[in-house]
Design a binder for this molecule. Structure first.
Ligand code: HEM
Length: 279
């Protein structure tokens, strides 16, 4: 049985623009020439492109997460919590997007990674400026982590500036204080959040009576969501790393999996986890 060939469909017939000479097209608006020519494998290994794109897309999502976190912090500082809820919810979804991305990278075996591992030399996600900035904004401020950026004033400067301003959680503590809870500001901003008995007690009060403190209660849960997804990212990362390099040292020079397992113990918002034992 034969069927008559259909005439080729031309979307121009229904008005699609087909000529972009002198006009802004999709690729122009999105800067795709720059993005799609930014992959430069240094070996002949088939899987190196996967490795590069996985990191680049992660960095793009981190850029958006920073944009959302910065705006959420501004809204919280202004006492305008509802837009901040939406932004923090988006950040949690971004973390989940990054979590799903490991499924693609997991298809790379240790044998395949070894084919281009020498090309990376000493470069490592350990030197990710944006990852460190997310940690600093959230409040995990370890000034030792400035080291890999010391040769770049344009990167070390913003990290140092960030460590000198109230973290996202500092602004949340200020909201607790405004609501009448006895929660003093942290004495030092350039250190990781330490568990604080007064803040823990204040949160326990909020969680014992959510109806009375709904906005603070919702804000706390948004932060816990964010940290929950962040923890899953760390766990997926360390599991993928063990699967690909075992217990070898990292390209960044740390002990590798042992270092990353230690990072699993990082707690961004200790009071918000501690209060749960008090209810
Ligand atoms: C096969 C893939 C990967 C391997 C074998 C790997 C390995 C490692 C190792 C061993 C470290 C510890 C530092 C070091 O000594 O190098 C590390 C840190 C890190 N990696 Fe990966 N990684 C992989 C994929 C990724 C991807 C896709 C990202 C996404 C951006 C990423 C982001 C990071 C970050 C942000 C750190 C610093 C973590 C911290 O200091 O808490 N890694 N990686």
């Amino acid at each position: 049985m034969t069927s008559d060939a259909l005439p080729a469909y031309d979307p121009a017939a229904e008005g699609a623009r087909m000529s972009f000479d002198g006009r802004m097209s999709y690729g122009d608006y999105l800067g795709l020439d720059a993005i799609l020519t930014a992959q430069h494998p240094l070996s002949q290994a088939h899987d190196e492109l996967l490795f590069i794109i996985q990191h680049q897309t992660s960095e793009l999502w981190m850029k958006l997460a920073l944009h959302e976190l910065a705006a959420a912090r501004r809204h919280i500082a202004a006492g305008d919590l509802r837009p901040a809820f939406k932004m923090l919810a988006r950040v949690a979804r971004i973390m989940e997007q990054l979590n799903s991305a490991w499924d693609v990278l997991r298809t790379m075996t240790p044998s395949e990674y070894q084919l281009f591992r020498p090309a990376l030399a000493e470069s490592s996600g350990f030197q990710s400026f944006q990852y460190r900035m997310i940690e600093f904004v959230a409040g995990n401020r370890n000034m030792a982590m400035l080291g890999p950026h010391a040769h770049r004033a344009d990167l070390a400067g913003p990290l140092r500036d960030e460590a000198a301003r109230p973290s996202l959680y500092d602004e949340v503590l200020a909201r607790l204080a405004t609501a009448g809870f006895d929660v003093p500001p942290r004495a030092r901003l350039d250190v990781p959040h330490q568990p604080d008995a007064k803040a823990r007690a204040a949160w326990a009060e909020v969680y014992r009576d959510p109806q009375q403190h709904w906005e603070l209660y919702e804000l706390a849960e948004k932060l816990v969501d964010f940290e929950d997804y962040f923890r899953r990212w760390r766990f997926n990362h360390v599991t993928t790393v063990e699967r690909v390099i075992g217990f070898k040292r990292g390209s960044g020079g740390t002990s590798g999996v042992s270092y990353l397992r230690r990072m699993l113990d990082v707690v961004l918002f200790p009071d918000l986890w501690d209060l749960r034992s008090d209810l």
